[in-house]
Design a protein around this ligand. Sequence first.
Ligand SMILES: NC(=O)c1ccc[n+]([C@@H]2O[C@H](COP(=O)([O-])OP(=O)(O)OC[C@H]3O[C@@H](n4cnc5c(N)ncnc54)[C@H](O)[C@@H]3O)[C@@H](O)[C@H]2O)c1
Ligand SMILES: [Zn+2]
Length: 378
Amino acid sequence: MKKFVLKPKIYFNEGSMEFLKEIKGSCAFIVSDSVMETLGYLQKTIDYLNETGIESAVFKEVRPDPDVKVIAEGMKKYLETQADTIVALGGGSTIDAAKGIIYSLWQFRKAAGEEFKKPLFIAIPSTSGTGSEVTNFSVITAEGEKVCIVDEWMAPDIAILDSTCIQHVPQSVVADTGIDALVHAIEAYVSTEATHCTDALAEKAVQLIFENLKALYNDASNSCARERIQNASCIAGMAFTNAGLGINHSLAHALGGTFHISHGRSNALLLSAVVEYNANLNSNDSRYASEKYARLAAVLQLPARTYREGTINFMQAVKDLLKSLGIPNRVRELGIDKSKFENKVETMVELALHDRCTPTNPRLPSREDLVGIYQKVF
Ligand SMILES: NC(=O)c1ccc[n+]([C@@H]2O[C@H](COP(=O)([O-])OP(=O)(O)OC[C@H]3O[C@@H](n4cnc5c(N)ncnc54)[C@H](O)[C@@H]3O)[C@@H](O)[C@H]2O)c1
Ligand SMILES: [Zn+2]
């Protein structure tokens, strides 16, 4: 049985943060980071909430790829408040941290036989990539490993996509996060759990990203491209929270966690090799993935008269996009030593095989398959 769930109410476009003035409550716990404070978005959030009579308690200690220590600090701070609302203001790391804080509190209370009332959960993304504002996923680092927690309980109630919040994203972060959103859409599209609902969302996200990401990368002041990429990221999030992901993410979690490469860049480095592996064009095995890649080629108005032609054109389009965003071809270009990488391959493969994202990949990989992909991308 398959199901499709749409959780948050979504407010769009420039200035939509003003919606905060309509929230009812008494105290908001704001989870954020120092970058949001410096850029003035944190104060703006506090001011809007203040206008409606809500006082704020701020936890701004989130760092990229949040770990269990940050979650524990956040839980402690949350418990010092009487918060009935939680606002996550920041990138995927911040939204995931907010999810981690309330989810862990809920789990601890449940284990003690106590109740935990979920606060109204509002997510305001400041990057366009993870789609965390609409997903059931939270990625937390524990003992150096990225762990994916998946639970519908964690999904935000309200997502605010205010494009002014993403106007100062550094160019390389625009590229990495944009490719993360693209990988979400592609993996959801070829997932074994894909449905017509998720396919519709994934196709639209892929189209918006191919049409607008390069423009946004080259000109951060392009507000039209900015809004479209923000929407694409959110739409891709809706697709993958329902269809799941695949080994691009499993391999990226292990690679990024081991070598401290950002989530989006890890995904970008693996993307071409994973599409090629899933398409499996030289075999007579299932054509499911290659037929779907060919359909994406058709969405991009590339020739796709056969599944082979479409897949090849789609793979080339992906390569061209990555190149136009200045993304390196190989892991070694990041200055990672070959022997250090090779020493870690076995452990990374083990992690990837057991990652939450692997079972929905269109081709079930063996250990050797994953070793081959890592070697190829090095
Ligand atoms: N929950 C999900 O569904 C999901 C999906 C994919 C990835 N993730 C996780 O999300 C994390 C990555 O999130 P991300 O890619 O959004 O990056 P991020 O949140 O880690 O932010 C990257 C950097 O950009 C800065 N930044 C954020 N917004 C900015 C802005 N508006 N202007 C200037 N700088 C800004 C941050 O301070 C940080 O230094 C990883 O831990 C990844 O595993 C979660
Ligand atoms: Zn991702």
